[in-house]
Design a protein around this ligand. Structure first.
Ligand SMILES: NC(=O)c1ccc[n+]([C@@H]2O[C@H](COP(=O)([O-])OP(=O)(O)OC[C@H]3O[C@@H](n4cnc5c(N)ncnc54)[C@H](O)[C@@H]3O)[C@@H](O)[C@H]2O)c1
Length: 253
């Protein structure tokens, strides 16, 4: 496999599990040095061990992405360890759901804090470092189909992901002069510990032409395109990796 990320330094948040872990491993396999960051330190050590087995330089960092000081320390640690940062994958997120009529302030605040404020804090701290370095960079924020369409139980989650899409557009506009490209990746139903079952729920299964879950590595592949040197003229967009879910209309012939 081509060493697409040789000499690139990446931070992946939420890298202990799922899409973040698959992305860290894909980046590492293709030559990047990676700081893997997450709340879950024991699972994070397993990601790091797998990265080292691949021969990738890496380190772990325990972070709550909703905490400014911890996020700032994560970037400082990256600069100390790797000498700088070229790629941020702002992936950490929670999918807690509750019906709208029963939704508590606590769930609303937590989901918005981790998903949306987390992307803001990580993006701002990393972008400031990239501006100081003066060599541009790539930022990829994790959105969702739930940020494009309404969905049952997803008042907080969907709002957080819709806001990430708009935040991505504004970041792309303001950071373009620094050659920092910012895109969002919107996965469809992806098999991780957060999503269970053999096949997606009927409303997904009957609509998405590919009629299956994505594997986390299939989402990582799209993230890695947006992080790569092949992505030079795409910024501010939502890149779908959704089995066709967002293009489908009437599905009966
Ligand atoms: N799995 C899907 O079907 C799907 C679909 C659309 C979007 N997404 C998005 O993709 C991203 C990854 O989802 P996943 O399915 O891999 O989930 P996951 O639960 O498997 O992994 C999420 C990771 O984020 C970490 N995390 C949670 N809160 C954190 C915090 N405050 N600070 C640091 N780390 C934190 C968790 O410990 C975990 O390792 C999320 O942003 C999610 O919303 C997932």
């Amino acid at each position: 496999m081509a060493a697409t990320f040789e000499n690139r330094r990446a931070i992946v948040t939420g890298a202990a599990h799922g899409i973040g872990k698959a992305t860290a491993l894909r980046l590492g396999r293709q030559g990047a040095s990676v700081i893997v960051a997450d709340l879950d330190q024991s699972a994070l050590s397993e990601t790091a061990a797998e990265l080292r087995e691949l021969g990738a330089q890496c380190d772990t960092f325990a972070v709550d992405v909703a905490n400014r000081q911890e996020v700032a320390s994560m970037v400082e640690h990256t600069v100390t360890t790797l000498g700088g940062v070229d790629i941020l994958v702002a992936n950490a997120g929670i999918m807690d759901r509750e019906p709208f009529l029963e939704m508590s302030d606590k769930l609303w605040d937590r989901v918005l804090s981790v998903n949306l404020k987390g992307v803001f804090l990580c993006g701002q701290e990393v972008a400031r470092q990239m501006v100081t370095q003066g060599t541009g960079g790539k930022i990829i924020n994790l959105a969702s189909n739930s940020g494009i369409f309404g969905g049952r139980g997803r008042a907080a989650y969907g709002a957080s992901k819709a806001a990430i899409i708009n935040l991505t557009q504004t970041m792309a506009i303001e950071l373009a002069e620094h050659q920092i490209l910012v895109n969002a990746v919107a996965p469809g139903a992806t098999r991780t510990r957060a999503v269970s079952g053999e096949v997606p729920a009927p409303s997904v299964y009957n609509r998405a032409p590919l009629q299956r879950f994505a594997d986390a590595d299939e989402i990582a592949a799209m993230i890695c395109f947006a992080a790569s040197d092949d992505c030079t003229f795409t910024t501010g967009h939502v890149l779908p990796a959704d089995g066709g879910f967002t293009i489908a209309g009437v599905m009966e012939g």
